[in-house]
Design a protein around this ligand. Structure first.
Ligand code: HEC
Length: 198
């Protein structure tokens, strides 16, 4: 049985979310988003991969100009088969896969956040309000080898985010890094908070 969280979500995260991660249009960031569909309506028809537009868009049936990921390497036959089997088995959700969450508290802004992850992974970096836990800012990044257009780079490449206090933010915040879809967790991650370089 194909698992959504172990098998399908990593394909979406590493190959699709760079363009299909935002609210509004087709989002493949969660099981419920993926089943909701996009501009063309539902793209996944449970139990029927053959009629599911998502499959038509990844196997080239819609024409090369629309083969997903646009401008990237086509998915491998094995990845497409994984998506097909998951849909034919009912396109079900299952228990979420493990995440590694690293937090730095009392971070004074402005700051430079640096992280280095030695393996292929999908990262979410967030600024949280220390009192309410509300997400003030967030960004995602995928690392894989070799990297494609929408990836932040290959594993091991240092990533930086320079952040200033935005209107309405407290002076100190929580910085949270979530690591998902790595081959095994926890990974040996570098996660540094330092003054912003001048
Ligand atoms: C580089 C950006 C990019 C990437 C990466 C990408 N897409 Fe798309 N996708 C688009 C654009 C732009 C459209 C709309 C234009 C079109 O249909 O060609 C689209 C449309 C779609 C549609 C049509 C449904 C709708 O309602 O819009 C599906 C299904 C889809 N993509 C699935 C995927 C899947 C699955 C992946 C990963 C394997 C993926 N895409 C990766 C840019 C991308």
């Amino acid at each position: 049985m194909v698992s959504f969280h172990a098998d399908v979500a990593p394909i979406f995260a590493m190959h699709c979310n760079g363009c299909h991660g935002e609210a509004g249009k087709l989002s493949l960031r969660s099981h419920s988003d993926a089943l909701r569909g996009g501009n063309l309506g539902k793209v996944i028809i449970a139990d029927d991969a053959e009629r599911s537009l998502l499959i038509h868009f990844v196997d080239g049936r819609r024409g090369e100009a629309h083969r997903m990921p646009i401008g990237g390497r086509p998915l491998s036959a094995r990845q497409i088969e994984t998506l097909r089997r998951w849909i034919d088995e009912g396109a079900k959700a299952d228990a979420p896969a493990a995440k590694q969450i690293l937090r730095r508290t009392d971070v004074r802004l402005p700051t430079r956040i640096t992280c280095r992850i030695p393996v292929s992974a999908y990262l979410t970096i967030e600024i949280l309000h220390p009192a309410t836990g509300a997400v003030l800012w967030s960004e995602t990044a995928s690392l894989k080898s070799p990297p494609e257009q929408n990836d932040a780079g290959p594993p091991g490449q240092p990533l930086h985010w320079d952040l200033r206090q935005a209107p309405g933010w407290p002076a100190t915040v929580i910085v949270q890094l979530t690591i998902e879809h790595a081959a095994s967790l926890p990974v040996n991650a570098e996660f540094l908070i330092a003054p912003m370089p001048r």
